[in-house]
Design a protein around this ligand. Structure first.
Ligand code: 4AD
Ligand code: MG
Length: 460
């Protein structure tokens, strides 16, 4: 008999239905004639209660079942009296698949997030983390559904590259060279002897490749892992994170901002409609303001504010910031949060940033000082989306590359796209982990990715 998932059982209308449930013991309680086992199988937040009576042939073994053990239970659904549950299972057989020793770390008590990070391999067996990862899964599906419904094509961009899209030099090098015996040419490492015959690294963004496909397929997106060797040990940065990157041909900055807004609203609505049980856990135990934050995203349009106006707002703020505010400087997360949480109380899109704080590929505005960049800022997180209209004019792009010390030879293929049928195009990157932080109210990015990679930490 095939196992029935608890999620499916809870939807069942059919009393006396015969089911087989497989899962892990959360708790066990005993009365005179029965043992009550709470079993969870990860399919949903709720456990199912198993009633085991003393007449079961292996009752003496059942009495010894411990938290964390795996079981297979067959029996019939019976209406549950009290306990707020629709069904429980009157067990006919209970097979102990494996017995967890008392050293199982997730005994029934509250654990801190810090402690659970040290057992990241077991934390999905807790209510909170199973809920995080179910929401993560549901959101991945929603991303693909959104783009498919809008006729975008999904492109798999490479993870191994020889370019640095963001130009920040935060690259993880990929090499097969023997560190104890490095090939040299004029006292420098001879990368011609390396696997790819030149320097290689893990991608920081799929954008440059996605642009090539937008200029062929029209509207495309990538959704995959990206890597940054940023040495910033903040609650919003990890070294390996997932990014959703749409890229659209024949699209300007305004249409780009509109897509970012529609996408974020769609994803929030999807979670509100499909993850109610898990969301309620976060709204009750993690962030009491979660639902109002999510409503602030879907209930009305985002604020759009040129960078210069944002700087003005920050300058006149009656608040002292740790980092100074000045035209030409990037916004820090404290500034971003001030704008979204205190001034506007909803998402804010800042656009037209100074060119010197943004990458080479962003389209130069007529003022020659700013570029057609846009960042979406949201309450609690700050920047969640970064994007721009791309520089489609070959001569301007070449000049910007020179200013940024990029060689035309390395990017010949990228420049080709501006040579042959170049068109205005735009795109952005939505940080998937930051999106999950927004949806759950979780404040540390390490807690929304299965196995976080951060400086000095690659356990698991
Ligand atoms: O603003 P970023 O650097 O933009 C790009 O990479 C563009 N090439 C995207 C594009 O236009 N196609 O990164 C985009 C988003 C950020 O807004 C943030 O949400 C997330 O990626 N992000 C990180 N998330 C977690 N950890 C990190 N270290 C991150 N760095 C960026
Ligand atoms: Mg950015």
């Amino acid at each position: 008999m095939k196992r029935t998932k608890i999620k499916e059982i809870l939807r069942s209308e059919n009393e006396k239905k015969q089911v087989m449930v497989k899962g892990w013991i959360r708790t066990k309680r005993e009365s005179k004639d029965f043992s009550f086992l709470e079993v969870n199988d990860g399919s949903c937040l709720k456990n199912i209660q198993i009633v085991a009576d003393t007449t079961l042939s292996n009752y003496s073994e059942i009495e010894k079942i411990t938290t964390g053990s795996a079981v297979s239970v067959s029996g019939k659904l019976v209406e549950s009296i009290g306990g707020g549950q629709k069904w429980e299972i009157k067990a006919e057989t209970i097979e102990i698949i494996s017995l967890a020793p008392e050293t199982f770390p997730l005994q029934k008590k509250r654990h801190t997030d810090e402690y659970l990070r040290t057992i990241a391999h077991l934390r999905p067996r807790t209510n909170k983390y199973s809920a995080v990862f179910r929401i993560r899964s549901e959101l991945s599906y929603a991303v693909h559904k959104f783009f498919r419904d809008q006729d975008f094509q999904y492109v798999h961009t490479p993870i191994l590259t020889s370019s640095d899209c963001e130009g920040a030099g935060e690259l993880f090098r990929v090499t097969t060279l023997d560190f104890n015996n490095l090939p040299k040419l004029d006292k420098k490492i001879d990368f011609r002897k390396d696997f790819f015959g030149k320097e290689a690294n893990l991608t920081v963004s799929g954008q440059l490749s996605a642009e090539m496909f937008a200029l062929a397929l029209g509207d495309v997106y990538t959704f995959g892992p990206t890597f940054r060797a940023e040495n910033s040990n903040t609650a919003r940065h990890v070294a390996e994170f997932w990014m959703i990157e749409p890229e659209m041909a024949f699209c300007d900055l305004n249409q780009n901002m509109a897509l970012a807004e529609t996408l974020l609203q769609y994803l929030v609505n999807h979670v509100l409609d499909n993850c109610d049980e898990d969301l309620t856990l976060f709204a009750n135990f993690v962030d009491k303001q979660l639902r109002s934050t999510l409503m602030s995203i879907v209930s009305s349009g985002f604020i759009k504010l040129p960078y210069t106006d944002a700087i003005e707002q920050l300058m006149k703020a009656k608040k002292s910031f740790e980092f100074p505010v000045e035209f030409g400087k990037d916004l820090q997360s404290e500034h971003e949060r001030y704008l979204t949480e205190e001034v506007f109380k909803k998402p804010v899109i800042i656009y037209n940033y100074p060119k010197n704080i943004k990458p080479f590929y962003m389209r130069l505005n007529d003022d020659n000082k700013t570029v057609a960049a846009m960042d979406v800022l949201v309450p609690r997180i700050g920047e969640i989306v970064g994007g721009s209209q791309r520089e489609e004019r070959l001569d301007v792009l070449e000049k910007r590359m020179e200013e940024n010390n990029l060689t035309k030879e390395e990017y010949w293929w990228y420049l080709d796209s501006r040579r042959f049928g170049s068109v205005p195009h735009s795109g952005f990157g939505l940080g998937f982990e930051r999106l999950i932080m927004l949806m759950t109210g979780i404040t540390n990015i390490r807690d929304v990715i299965p196995f976080p990679r951060t400086p000095k930490n690659i356990e698991f």
